[in-house]
Ligand binder design. Structure first.
Ligand code: UDX
Length: 445
């Protein structure tokens, strides 16, 4: 089938590569000529395991092309995917200008039946606005052709996006036209083999499903983070509590890991957008507002512990930092807890020596050269000569370090673990004072 994808960002590229991989002819359209040139040269603007190879093989096979030519894009695909960004507006609502700009282009150029697929995470009611936009521009040209607007939200996790697309746990398709539903079923057939994972529903329910999924996951995390603060103050161990509740299948083990807050491109933005959508219809989303507030506070927890340990005297101190990305296996630092910690440390006059397995370039891009930030070639170098070590991202390679060596390298043998990745017994046996989340500090025996 012929498919056009507007927006060569994270979602657009993964969707394009995977749809091409199963034999479709995919044209990816982006307004940024530099990005398109990079993609045509075999480059990839983001880090995502497996994506580079998939883009390459499909480009070479002639099933995947990149262009800035939106007109050619509208001509090409029966399916017109909209996968452009929906950045938050100042008030937290999703900014739909890019989505509506694509709708305008489609309305201005289409001459045959088209299925417009909203892949971007967009507030309930956006499909109606896209349809309105297309209709207006068709009418202005005096053209009368049919089209449908479908909501087909993505549930990709950064770092596992290809796998999530190829083997989805659900494919949500929102359409009010049964015939279009069947065309989407055919498009997704290669990803829907062992049992039927495609859920057909009305457009608005599909739009809300995406927000509901992210909001409940964010709620689980904020719940555990709130509980971790209570556990710590009461002398309980949140990790024991976690295992104790996770064994109940109604609760489950996933997404109940306490930490120093969730970040990334989805949870913070989507929770805020849902709060805003609720407000716009006069509903005060109290629970979601609390999820957001608890997360915001949790991002300061590590700094507070460090500041308290040093008696508010952080000026001139150096903190070693392990992890910059908002989670492992990505270089994405959007709303990452590392940023809040670094910025608070700098504000207090401290220096940071940081290491991340893949996000070093991203940190350089965000912060440039500054005297209070050193990016080190490896994890141990970040600890070398530092007054304390802080862990912000749960990369596997941080889990079992040589604790004795860390003890040797640190000026002050103290670790602040924001993701509970260390084995506390091993840390204190090596002579480290160990602060973590939701557990009282452990000092060497
Ligand atoms: C999320 C959703 O998981 C995905 O389904 C959706 O399509 C997009 O948003 P992503 O943002 O890639 O994916 O990251 P995810 O793995 O969900 O992690 C989000 C944040 O929550 C990270 O900062 C992570 O460290 C944190 N987290 C996750 C916790 O603090 N505790 C947990 O138990 C799980």
């Amino acid at each position: 089938m012929n498919i056009t994808i507007f927006g060569s960002g994270y979602v657009g590229l993964v969707t394009g590569a995977c749809l091409a991989e199963v034999g479709n002819h995919v044209v990816c359209v982006d307004v940024d000529p530099d990005k398109v040139a990079l993609l045509n040269d075999g480059g990839v603007p983001i880090y995502e395991p497996g994506l580079e190879e998939l883009l390459k093989s499909n480009r070479e096979a002639g099933r995947l092309t990149f262009t800035t030519d939106a007109v050619a894009g509208v001509r090409h695909g029966l399916f017109q995917f909209i996968a452009v960004g929906t950045p938050p507006d100042e008030d937290g609502s999703a900014d739909l200008q890019h989505v509506l700009a694509v709708a305008k282009t489609i309305g201005e150029q289409m001459d045959d039946y088209r299925i417009i697929v909203d892949k971007s995470t967009v507030p309930v009611g956006t499909a109606d606005r896209v349809a309105e936009q297309v209709r207006t521009h068709l009418a202005a040209r005096g053209v009368d052709v049919e089209f449908d607007v479908v909501s087909n939200p993505e549930f990709l996790k950064e770092g596992a996006a290809i796998e999530d697309f190829m083997r989805p746990d659900r494919i949500v398709v929102g359409t009010d036209n049964p015939r279009t539903g069947e065309l989407l079923r055919a498009l997704y057939a290669p990803f829907n083999r062992s049992h039927d994972r495609l859920m057909l529903m009305d457009v608005r329910s599909a739009e809300l499903t995406k927000y509901a999924a992210n909001a409940i996951l964010a709620t689980k995390i904020s719940f555990m983070n709130e509980l971790s603060n209570i556990a710590e103050a009461l002398g309980a161990d949140i990790e024991r509590v976690r295992v104790g509740i996770g064994s109940d299948p109604r609760i489950g083990y996933q997404f109940i890991y306490p930490g120093c807050g969730y970040g990334g491109s989805c949870f913070p933005k989507d929770v805020r957008a849902l709060i805003h959508s609720a407000r716009s219809i006069g509903y005060d989303a109290e629970l979601l507002s609390a999820v957001e507030a608890v997360n915001d506070r949790q991002k300061d927890v590590l700094f507070k512990k460090i500041d308290e340990y040093f008696g508010g005297q952080l000026a001139g101190r150096t903190v070693g930092l392990w992890g910059l990305s908002f989670k492992p296996n990505t270089d994405d630092m959007r709303e990452a807890s590392s940023r809040r910690l670094m910025e608070a440390l700098w504000q207090a006059g401290a220096r940071v020596q940081a290491f991340d397995p893949v996000a070093m370039d991203e940190a350089r891009r965000l912060y440039g050269e500054r005297p209070d930030l050193t990016l080190t070639p490896d994890a141990l170098a970040a600890a070398d000569g530092a007054d304390a070590l802080a862990i912000v991202t749960e990369w596997t390679q941080f889990r079992s370090p040589d604790f004795g060596q860390i003890r040797q390298l640190l000026k002050e043998p103290v670790v602040f673990d924001g993701r509970n990745v260390f084995d506390s017994r091993q840390a204190i046996t090596a002579g480290l004072t160990y602060f973590s989340i939701g557990r009282t500090a452990r000092r060497p025996d």
